[in-house]
Design a protein around this ligand. Sequence first.
Ligand SMILES: [Fe+2]
Length: 260
Amino acid sequence: MTGTNYKMKGCPASIAFLADTHDTAPGPILSSLRSRSPALIVHTGDFLHGWKQRSDVNIEECHNALQLLRSCAELALTLVSIGNHESYLSGTEIEIIRSTGVTLLNNSYVTLEIKGRKTIIGGLSSGYYTAFQQGEISASESYSEIKRRHKTPAPEIGWLRDFAGAEGYHILLMHHPEYIPYVPSSVELILSGHAHGGQWRFYDLRTKQWRGVYAPDQGLLPKLTGGIVGGRQIISRGLSNPAFVPRLNNDTEIVYIDGC
Ligand SMILES: [Fe+2]
């Protein structure tokens, strides 16, 4: 695991940005957080692990995920949003997540006062969660069956206009990086994961940049897998490897963001 540091213009607080922990053991992440003492901790989803049928996900068995959230909430104000691995959460399970002390942003936002500046932080839930809640996908469908019918299910974006119009500095936790076309231009900072860095990374001599080979919902040679994109979106390579193939040239990372 590496620590990646970014300076973002206007960002009002030191932020630790976690992504795609997938119920991994929290020790190294917590050691890093304790050494940095960020003002805010955010997690853009996939803190649980278990994509397939509903019966595969038992939140009470995701001890690492709950421990991570509980410990983060003890260290700093912690805000989390919903990734595709949280798609099948029930209302009771959402309350269990909230009981760890984190603020769960489920297609919603909060307004904070940080160093005298209004900071608006929103969480755009995975479209898989939205589709399941609306009965468009069923818990018994496999990922490939869902993909055949839906490609990537669209997120619920009705609330984004209010969020983006609120006065202050806007930070959007958005698990899926490929949702960027939905985000209003007034949102200053967008944090995403899900792509796992593209699993295998290589240096593209043509563009002179590192890029990934495959990412879920983007397919082969995805464009959005890591780093700063478009000046306002930071994509984390994630903090675990839930895939059946190893990562290559692709360290897991914890991202630290400061203002400048
Ligand atoms: Fe994901």
